[in-house]
Design a protein around this ligand. Structure first.
Ligand code: FAD
Length: 550
């Protein structure tokens, strides 16, 4: 077997190592256009900001080590230019010597990744305007900062954009973040990103939402970024993080099928429309695990696993790829945000019915020092309670909850399973009722009808005359510190004695700080014949939709 692999980083290197473990006899050649293989793309922003101090730490392995341990023939600075599917050969350009040669294959795995989008805007090729994909890119960005850049514009508030913002701030650079959408981190639901927006603002980052870069002009000190609003932003450094495009040229030129967004089409075995050619990683179109629809999800975990699976299939093991859930996480200063599965907006786009809960628990028992809060949103099917997606934002413990929910989603568990989930507990790690259990209790209570719940944004969207009677059941101190306009305060402990004050001629929307006292008050009111519902997640959820700064 002669196996050729195009691309030597996440998907390609995984495929190559797996292939060797499966076959000592195969001839395996990896072609990588750049000078490095198997480098840590995900670590690049942290080399700029300082946490990763040594550049060589980003080089997970070298061609020499891959040769020594896996007997791989790794050819760096070697660009694969074309595939001849009839002859089963590829044409390779040796970028050092400038010569071209052909190499034959029995099987070919494409893992060329995705390339950062550089929109064709006026001035886009001026010095000082960067994208980030590899070590050479971060070297250039770092050099600009080392040479004294004091003002940066980051265009695009996605995962990589935010990581760059954090690391630029660590270096003392004043950053303006420009984002076309009306929120940061567009894959997530907007309200869940509110705490990060507040963090960015607290760190002095200027965030311009609903704004776009329209062009760039040279200035004496660097570049001026021309915004759609007419404003011009001076900068010495501009970084574009506006998304990636699958590197599909080889596949397209060879007549392989690609999807509408350019991803190479593969079957469940990661085989392209040519049975001798597999494709993995950012260059392929995957199946969205929740919707089943084709999707483009550029993440390292899927790329690595797909590399293994493609190699398995090359060597005769029929292994299928289950699809991509889009489980993702990003840290921003002391905050973490993470998601898995569908978002509310993707479910709405797909016209799918769902229900949702918000909870605002601490990562571990409140009585143990150092508990940190989080907000967790769970999306599930209305009747079966099947988990469809989740998002969480906060401090410690966000990663653990999203990972548990990612497993729940993959295993097709329901909110009733979440109620029963037995998770590790001691006070410094969790709670006897873990946030996962709590989300399950609330969601299952909704389905069982024990817990009539209202969505705060639906209440706020009503004209004031049509809104339910808003009953705030927190303490007077909490009420005074901030409340939903129009609400009346009756603390939950006084409620039974003050029932006469609650109107019976209109529905009551109860809320507390996080939803728990509101639930209790709702139960009290309903058992006294009053039509009451609880605002899910209480005042804290309200603040996600209506930030204190807005
Ligand atoms: P890549 O890892 O990009 O490798 C493709 C390689 O193929 C490239 O080195 C390219 O030079 C080479 N190549 C392309 N065409 C040819 C050709 N014709 N001939 C020869 N070689 C070729 N994902 C996460 O899940 N979590 C993170 O925290 C995260 N952080 C990231 C941070 C940054 C700055 C970046 C850039 C990406 C990050 N990602 C993260 C995404 C993740 O790195 C990618 O999803 C993953 O690397 C994709 O793997 P891949 O093998 O498809 O492509």
């Amino acid at each position: 077997m002669k196996l050729l692999i195009v691309g030597g980083v996440a998907g390609g290197a995984s495929a190559a190592a797996r292939a060797r473990r499966l076959s000592e006899n195969a001839q395996i050649i990896v072609f990588e256009r750049g000078p490095d293989v198997s480098f840590a793309n995900c670590g690049l922003p942290y080399y700029l900001g300082g946490p990763i101090a040594q550049r060589e730490k980003l080089l997970i392995t070298t061609p020499e080590r891959l040769q020594a341990r896996f007997a791989l023939d790794v050819r760096t600075r070697s660009s694969v230019e074309a595939i001849d599917r009839q002859a089963k050969t590829i044409r390779v350009r040796d970028l050092v010597e400038g010569r071209e040669y052909e190499e034959s294959y029995d099987k070919l795995i494409l893992a060329p990744g995705a390339t950062p989008i550089r929109p064709p805007l006026p001035g886009i090729d001026l010095p000082g305007i960067f994208t980030l994909r590899n070590l050479q890119d971060i070297d250039r960005i770092k050099a600009a900062v080392d040479q004294g850049a004091t003002q940066a514009v980051v265009v695009g508030a996605g995962f990589i954009g935010l990581e760059l913002v954090e690391n630029l701030v660590h270096r003392g650079v004043a950053v303006t973040l420009v984002e076309l959408q009306d929120q940061i981190l567009p894959p997530l639901d907007k309200e869940m990103t509110t705490p990060l927006l507040e963090t960015l603002q607290a760190k002095g980052v200027r965030v311009l939402l609903g704004e776009s870069a329209e062009g760039f002009a040279p200035t004496e000190a660097g570049v001026s970024v021309q915004l759609k609003s007419g404003e011009r932003l001076p900068a010495q450094l501009v970084i574009l993080g506006v998304g990636v495009r699958p590197e599909n040229k080889l596949a397209v030129d060879a007549g392989l099928e690609v999807g509408p967004r350019g991803g190479v089409r593969v079957d469940a075995f990661l085989r392209t429309s040519d049975p001798d050619i597999y494709a993995v990683g950012d260059c392929i179109e995957v199946r969205d695990y929740v919707s089943g629809a084709p999707a483009q999800v550029p993440l390292a975990g899927p790329a690595n696993r797909q590399g293994r699976i493609a190699a398995d299939n090359v060597f005769g093991r029929a292994v299928t790829y289950r699809g991509t859930q889009g489980t993702a996480i990003v840290g921003l200063f002391d905050r973490t945000i993470a998601m898995t599965g569908a978002s509310e907006k993707s479910l709405k786009r797909a016209g799918r019915t769902f229900r949702k809960v918000y909870i605002h628990p601490a990562n571990h028992a409140g009585y143990y020092p150092g508990a940190e809060g989080m907000s967790l949103k769970l999306l599930f099917e209305p009747d079966s309670g099947k988990v469809l997606g989740a998002q969480a934002v906060g401090g410690a413990g966000v990663d653990k909850r999203i990972d548990v929910l990612a497993v729940a989603l993959q295993a097709s568990l329901t909110v009733f399973d979440l109620e029963e989930m037995e998770l590790a507990y001691a006070p410094q790690y969790g709670s006897a009722k873990d946030p996962i259990n709590m989300a399950g209790f609330v969601a299952a209570g909704m389905i069982r009808g024990d817990h009539p719940q209202l969505d705060v944004e639906a209440v706020l969207a009503l004209p004031p005359a049509e809104r339910p009677y808003l009953l705030d059941v927190r303490t007077p101190q909490e009420f005074a510190a901030g409340n939903i306009p129009g609400a009346v305060n009756i603390p939950v402990d006084d409620l039974r004695g003050r029932l006469a004050e609650v109107p019976r001629d209109r529905p009551i929307a109860v809320y507390c700080q996080v939803g728990q006292r509101g639930y209790l008050a709702t139960r009290v009111l309903r058992q006294h014949g009053i039509e009451a519902s609880n605002i899910g997640g209480g005042y804290k959820t309200y603040r996600l939709f209506e930030p204190a700064t807005s």
